[in-house]
Design a binder for this molecule. Sequence first.
Ligand SMILES: [Zn+2]
Length: 341
Amino acid sequence: MMALVYSPEYLEHKTSNHPESPDRLIKIMEGLDEADLLRKIPIFEPCMATEEDIERVHTSDHVEKIRTFCESGGGYLDFDTYASPQSYEIAKLAAGGVIKASELVLDNFSSAYALVRPPGHHATRERAMGFCLFNNLAVALEYLRKVRKINKFIIFDFDVHYGNGTANIFYNDPDVLYISIHQDPHTIFPSQGFLEEMGGGPGRGSNLNIPLSPGSGTPDYIYILERILRPVFKEFNANFLFFDVGFDAHKDDPLSRIFLDDDFFEWMAMEILNQPQPRVLTLEGGYHLEAMKRCNLKMINLLKEERLEHSPISPDMTEVRDETKKLYRHIEDNFSPFFTF
Ligand SMILES: [Zn+2]
């Protein structure tokens, strides 16, 4: 069974005329309401993450900087990351939302989806960036490691941007496998997430990037994810799964040049649904409101089921680009010391 985590307080992170706006969550909740899912899926209120929770990941300097910046009225922290006076509190509530979702899947839900903002995957240990203040997912992961003694994690990030914050936080950590599919970082923020960034020291092999060139679409994504996710998920044998959900690789999204259609998100939900471990999803990007509303609804409609036999979609795999096939072979070569494909 699936649970959602949401609070209307997430709308209080006000960003004034910014793509990462409260309208995103308003739209998502509107979609769930229209489909009558708000009555059918249990929704839980988050608690605020404590400063102790946040500081398992972030430096106290960073936490203090966000707190005082918000207290003094907020504004732009960098060229694209905005904070309002309430954002420090709401960012703690966003991290707390992912902790809450994690607790729910350790109780009696098979999936829990934290519908939070601000998003988190670009926030590094010491810095806010890319619309993100605190790294929500990393805070929840360190909470699980410390408080619930869970020790092996996979994070799969399908936001169109590389989650540089999450990747860098766990870069040397052999117990956290971070996998990200994203638009080629030569062509998009944050200009990191290349194939060669494979993890460092004891974490070598635990950072797996799938950078697809602009123009790639659903057949490319499915071709490469089937070949990589399935064997790697099996072999790494994590106790707990996190999914960074992004809708900004959709063809209607104004921030990217990847052209996924709605079907991809159904396919992705099926892949998530068929994993046996506890699974937590957390919302990152997605800036075309209607596309995000539709695709989010499609995902939740599948995830609320216990198990499904057949994928609802069958894309035309003759459309897979040669460069995607080449990219797959390259990844297979690079990661063959770590995984059997
Ligand atoms: Zn994004």
